[in-house]
Ligand binder design. Sequence first.
Ligand code: FAD
Length: 547
Amino acid sequence: MEHTAIERAALLARLRTPAHWDLVVIGGGATGLGVALDATARGFSVALVESEDFAKGTSSRATKLVHGGVRYLARGNVSLVREALRERATLLANAPHLAQPLAFVMPAYHWWEPAFYGFGLKAYDALAGRRGLGPTALLSPRRTLERLPTVRTRGLSGGVEYWDGQFDDARLAVALARTALSRGAVVLNHCPAVKLYREGGRTSGLAVRDRETGESFELQARCVVNATGVWVDAVRDMDRDDGTPHKSPMVAPSQGVHLVVDRDFLPGEHALIVPKTEDGRVLFAVPCLGKTILGTTDTPCDDVPAEPAPFAHEIDFILRESARYLSRPPTRADLRSVWAGLRPLVRPTGDEGDNTKSLSREHTVSVSRSGLVTVTGGKWTTYRAMAEDVLDRCFAAQLLPRRPGGATQHLRLAGAPARSAGSIAQPPGEHLYGSEAALLRSLPGADRWLWRDGAGGLSEAMVRFAVRHEMARTVEDVLARRSRLLFLDAACAEALARPVAALLAEELGRPIAAAELVAFEALARCYRGLTAPAQPISATRPFQEYA
Ligand SMILES: Cc1cc2nc3c(=O)[nH]c(=O)nc-3n(C[C@H](O)[C@H](O)[C@H](O)COP(=O)(O)OP(=O)(O)OC[C@H]3O[C@@H](n4cnc5c(N)ncnc54)[C@H](O)[C@@H]3O)c2cc1C
C-alpha cells in the first residue's frame, strides 16, 4: 500500500485529462466501491464518483454484521445463504482489522426454543462447513447468563450460541476506496454525477461536478454503472430520452433505525439476538466500538433524504423490545446516538424496456436500452459477489471485453494486518489501522487525544491520517466515517467539531467555513435525538438538484 498522501488535486487532474474510461461507477457505497475495485483488479481503467462522502448513504448505517443471513435459511433459500457464508469468510480474511468473528446468544424463554433454533443453526454451521467461525451450542440458563450477564433472568430457560461476524462499515468502505486507488482507479468523493451523455442512443459518459470548486467536467466511458443505492432511480431518470421520471421506480426504500447505549447495558463479548420481536422482526444488541448498538426497524418510506430521520415510534419500539430482554431497560436518557439508514429494497420491474434480471433474491442488476448498468439491493456482506455479478452483466451486454473473475477473492484491503491486534467490540483505536498503525503513530499528535475511551479514542494524528490518507474533506467525514464518533456518542462528536475543524484547516491549508461547523453541530444534535432533522423526512430526492 502506498504511504504517500492522497492528493485530491492530482485525482481531479486525472479525471479532467481527456480519456476513455473502461468503466465509470456512480456511487461510493459498498456496492459501487466493490464494482470499482473488482474492475480495477481485472485491469480495466476505472473512475468512481461519490456525491458526498464514501459510505455517507446506507453503507455507514448498517447493523455492522457480516452474516450469512440465517433467516433466509428458514425460508429455504440455501444458495443465498451459502453465497453469503462464503463472502463472510472472504471478508474476514481480507480485512481482519475491520471485520471479525462475533458470537451471538439467543436467550430462550420457552422450553421449545433452544431445540427449534438450535436445529436451524446447526444447519447454518453445516452450510458454512470449513468456513464456520465456531460451533452452535445449546446453553443452560447459567451459561446463557455467563455470556449475557444483563439478560432478563425471569423465565430464562437457556439459550443458543452461534457465530457470525461484525465489521466497521464506513472504515471498510474507505479501505475499499483506498485499495482501488492503489490499484490504479481514480476514486473521488464530494463529486456528484449530474448528467448522463449518449452517442447513437448509447450511454457514452457523464458530467460530474467537484463540490469544492463548483467545476464541472465530462467523463467518457464504455460502460457506466449506477450504484447509487436508494438513489438509483434519480440516475435512471437522467438516462431517459425525455428526462421524465420512470413510471415504475426500481427501489422501494425501507428505513432501519439503530440506538446506541453504553457498553454496560450489554457487557461481555457476546451479541444478543431476539429472533422474533412482538411484531415478528429480528432485534439485535451488539457490542460494537465500545458501545452497544440496538436495532433495527423496517419502516417502508417514500422519500430518500441524504439524512433520514428516525420516527419516534421506531425509537420507542426498540426501547420497548430491549426492555423485554435486558435486566436494566435503556431509556431515552441513555441514548448516546440515534441514526437511520435506508434499505434499497428492489421492486419487481420490467417496465420501459429495461432488461431486468434478478441475480438473487437480494440484489438486482439491470441494463437499460442505452446500456446504463444499474445495481441495487443486496447487503454489505455480499458486496464482492455483487461486483462480480455486475461485471458479468457488463460482459454479457458487450459493454466490456470479458476478463476472468476472482480477482478480489484473495485481495487484501488497505491496512489488512497478518493478524488483528484488537477487537471491533473495543472502543475505536489504533488497532483499526491494522498494518498502518505505525504510519499513524509517525504523524504529529499520536499521543495528543481529543477524546479518550479506554485504550482507544480519537487522537490528533488520526485526524491528520484521515485527511492525508483517507480522503476526509469535512468535519463530518472525520467525525462520522473515519472516526465513528457521531454514530457512537453524538454529544461528544458535537463537542469535538471545533478542535477537529482546526486540525482539518491545518491539513487542508484552508479555513473551514463557519456554515460547515454549524451544520455539523446541528446534525450531531439530531443524532443525539434532541431535534428534528434540518431536512424534513418529507423532503424529496436529495440529488434531484443535479438531474
Ligand atoms: C438499517 C440497516 C441495517 C443493515 N445492516 C446490515 C448488516 O448488518 N450487514 C449487511 O451485510 N448489510 C446490512 N445492511 C445492508 C447494507 O448496508 C446495504 O445493502 C449497503 O450498504 C448498500 O450499499 P450501496 O452502495 O448499494 O448504497 P449506499 O451506501 O447508499 O451508496 C450509494 C451512494 O451513492 C451516492 N450517490 C447518490 N447519487 C449520486 C450521484 N448522482 N452521483 C454520485 N454519487 C451519488 C450516495 O451519496 C451514496 O453514498 C443494512 C441496511 C440497513 C438500512
